[in-house]
Design a binder for this molecule. Structure first.
Ligand code: PLP
Length: 371
């Protein structure tokens, strides 16, 4: 089989798996308990927080563990009650974790602006300058798009938010562990991350909240997560996440080099096989993320034909997959009609080999020839 859907989820790092095992089987004490049995568990939690913080140039006390990207995004948006008369600005191409959180707060009286993008999926800073106003509490723009991989100019966008007295949040779920991140240099006040996108387990993530940011707790209860997100911490998953993130950050440059090479191999093989496609997204994109729209093809049908061959990719529009609708991202970047329906996303990861790129491209070309 070839798994080429790493933007959806990734395989667990083996060392991360080994690192979490003791906290499931032997060291199962509650990290909040005062006795000596829990001391090592508490230390593991503290270490993991510090190691994760280091990877994005944050302080340990600025990392709040959550259940993943969706929860982190929801917290960043829902921590501003009451919403009445407030304004939040986001983009048209965000993940549904953001778009549906926006829909929820709009029902409570918050106004939300959705910034358009250019044909590469980039939010031009001028567009934000024209929309931001004195009621804007928060600007949230993803660091990298999950469908087309485009990396957004968040440093500029954060600067504009701050000049206008607003906070800046970024959904960095597709970016953490894949591109360098320095929350201070980039001017980020809040950042969402999800472990399973960087070879950690599913169901664990974090929200970075810059020290001094005025945001309400997400869950009320015990004093865990500095009293901001109550509930006994999932120590095993947190330890595994720290391991996986460290490993990804350590090998980031060489992994990116390999992944960009795989992209070239994949695209050249498609071209040589005569496939008529457009590549979506910007030059500056997440390594290994390839969104293409194939003329006259049906992305959904292609996905299922590849599935029969043991090749796993995505249409890049998973949320709309049942209706084979064109995704909000593909619409936002104005992919020509005759190509749009034939959109697929192939996303290679650290466990792929260059050979996989050839196998996937030839399989696609073969299916299109025999349709
Ligand atoms: N944000 C983006 C950009 C994503 O790609 C995803 C997952 O696909 C999420 C948020 C949701 O993350 P999680 O699956 O951890 O809830």
């Amino acid at each position: 089989m070839v798994y080429a859907d790493n933007a959806a989820t990734t395989k667990l790092d083996r060392n991360a798996f080994e690192a979490m095992k003791p906290y499931l089987l032997q060291e199962y004490g509650n990290p909040s308990s005062p006795y000596s049995f829990s001391r090592s568990v508490r230390k593991a939690l503290k270490d993991a927080r510090a190691r994760i913080a280091f990877c994005i140039h944050a302080l340990p006390e600025e990392i709040y563990f959550t259940s993943g990207g969706t929860e982190s995004d929801n917290w960043a948006f829902k921590g501003f009650m009451p919403y009445k008369k407030k304004n939040i600005i986001t983009s048209q191409i965000e993940h549904h974790a953001i778009l549906n959180a926006c829909a929820a707060i709009e029902r409570f009286g918050c106004s939300v602006n959705y910034l358009p993008v250019d044909k590469y999926g980039i939010i031009q800073p001028d567009v934000l300058v024209n929309v931001i106003n004195d009621r804007t509490e928060l600007v949230s723009v993803m660091l990298a798009n999950n469908e087309i991989g485009t990396i957004e100019p968040v440093t500029e966008l954060a600067g504009i938010a701050h000049e206008n007295g607003a906070l800046f949040h970024t959904d960095a779920v597709q970016a953490v562990g894949h591109i360098p991140i320095d929350v201070n240099a980039m001017g980020i006040d809040m950042l969402s991350a999800s472990g399973h996108k960087f070879n950690a387990p599913k169901g664990i993530g974090f929200l970075y909240i810059k020290k001094g940011t005025n945001i309400s707790p997400y869950a009320d209860g015990g004093a865990q997560e500095f009293g901001m997100r109550a509930g006994t911490e999932n120590v095993a998953l947190i330890v595994a996440m720290a391991h996986a993130l460290e490993a990804n950050c350590k090998n980031m440059e060489s992994a990116a080099e390999r992944l960009y090479r795989m992209e070239q191999i994949f695209l050249c093989t498609l071209t040589e096989a005569g496939v008529d496609y457009l590549r979506n997204g910007a030059d500056k994109h997440i390594p290994g993320n390839i969104s293409i729209s194939i003329k006259g093809a049906n992305g959904e049908a292609l996905l299922h034909r590849l599935d029969l061959k043991g090749i796993y990719i995505s249409t890049g529009a998973a949320c709309d997959s049942i209706n084979t609708k064109i995704s909000h991202v593909i619409k936002a970047i104005n992919v020509p009609k005759e190509y749009a329906k034939g959109t697929i996303r192939v996303s290679f990861g650290v466990y792929n080999e260059e050979y996989d790129a050839v196998v996937v491209a030839l399989a696609i070309a073969g299916i299109l020839r025999n349709k």
